[in-house]
Design a protein around this ligand. Structure first.
Ligand code: F6P
Length: 341
């Protein structure tokens, strides 16, 4: 078989580990051939390819990003896009595709499978918000980066008797905020799932200052206050069709300064959380996803996505992959409350 591989959407530590596992097992065990599609779905759409074999995947396991590059191109939003994809796959003699991506990339994979273009999906997002899998690779790396940043911010905040508001990624779900906040000993964790009260946060900040320790507030980029309007700026699509968030950290920090009379700083971790080498956990998860994805392709089990359930890798239908967003449940927030203030 000749199999095309692509990575779509925002990048994520562990993408290269998936690609490597797919190619290593596909070549060594099944004798398949591979072709790399560049820039997500733009690859099959515009026939943008690169060689993908054992030499290309050598040494990429610890590398962040994706050797295939990525984009948020959606062939269903391009005139005649699906026909172009079909024609290019036929021209390049590609029998099947492995698409590694989040909600959007897997949504395209599902629709193409329905149109008899055989695809197997691999889930990825640092946000860990895909309902069909217990974890996605990239999340553990992001949490480790954010936790280390919080550790560092504790010491500088204390030296200056300041509050620090750390804004982490998480547009719809607060998993990174919850886990990094718990690991880093935050005094409040604010997530998109539940509007926060500025008055309550100010209360936490004041009580923390009373113990002569400096407060650290972790806020997910999609979190919103109860009071007033949505504070997220630039929430509209930008010129490239991407959602631009950011702003809630600075906004909250300003509110805290105003209400408490204490100095506060906002730190936006941004894409630092997505770059660089994956943790060992993410390398192992990504590798296992890759090994199981090539098995699915070899068996002709298309329209499926590999997923983690407990400690097992299973296959679920692609429609399940994109059906439900996995948000932080109330119990997980309540659990963390003992550390607030
Ligand atoms: O979906 C993952 C994510 O990291 C979100 O948390 C964030 O809002 C978004 O990607 C930002 O991606 P980009 O800046 O690449 O559009």
């Amino acid at each position: 078989m000749r199999i095309g591989v692509l990575t779509g959407g925002g990048d994520c530590p562990g993408l290269n580990a998936v690609i490597r596992a797919v190619v290593r097992k596909g070549v060594a065990e099944y004798g398949h051939e591979f072709i790399g599609f560049r820039d997500g779905w733009r690859g099959p759409l515009e026939a943008k390819t690169m060689p993908l074999g054992i030499p290309e995947v050598r040494g990429i396991l610890p590398r962040g990003g994706t050797i295939l590059r990525s984009s948020r191109t959606n062939p269903f939003k391009v005139d005649g896009g699906v026909e172009k994809v079909r024609a290019n796959l036929s021209e390049l003699e590609v029998d099947a595709l492995i698409a590694i991506g989040g909600e959007d990339t897997l949504g395209v994979a599902k629709k193409l499978t329905d149109l008899d273009i055989p695809v197997v999906g691999v889930p990825k997002t640092i946000d860990n918000d895909l309902g069909a899998t217990d974890y996605t690779f990239g999340f553990d790396t992001a949490v480790n980066i954010a936790s280390e940043a919080i550790d560092r911010l504790h010491t500088t905040a204390e030296s200056h008797h300041r509050c620090v508001v750390v804004e982490v990624m998480g547009r719809h779900a607060g998993w990174i905020a919850l886990h990094s906040g718990l690991a880093g000993g935050a005094n409040a964790i604010l997530v998109p799932e539940r509007r926060f009260s500025v008055a309550e946060v100010v209360g936490f900040v004041e009580s923390r200052f009373r113990t002569d320790f400096s407060p650290i507030i972790v806020v997910a980029e999609g979190a919103q206050p109860i009071e007033g309007e949505m504070v997220t700026q630039n929430a509209e699509l930008d010129a490239f069709g991407h959602v631009r968030l950011g702003g809630v950290g600075q906004w909250l920090s300003d509110q805290i300064e105003k209400e408490t009379g204490k100095e506060s700083r906002a730190v936006v971790l941004g894409h630092v959380q997505r770059g660089g080498t994956p943790t060992a956990f993410d390398r192992v998860l990504a590798t296992r996803f890759g090994l199981h994805a090539i098995d699915a392709v070899h068996e002709g089990d298309f329209g499926k996505m590999v997923a983690l359930r407990g400690t097992d890798i299973v296959r679920v239908k692609l429609e399940e992959a994109t059906a439900e967003l996995k948000t932080v449940p109330q119990e997980r927030l309540d659990e963390a409350k003992i550390f607030f203030g």
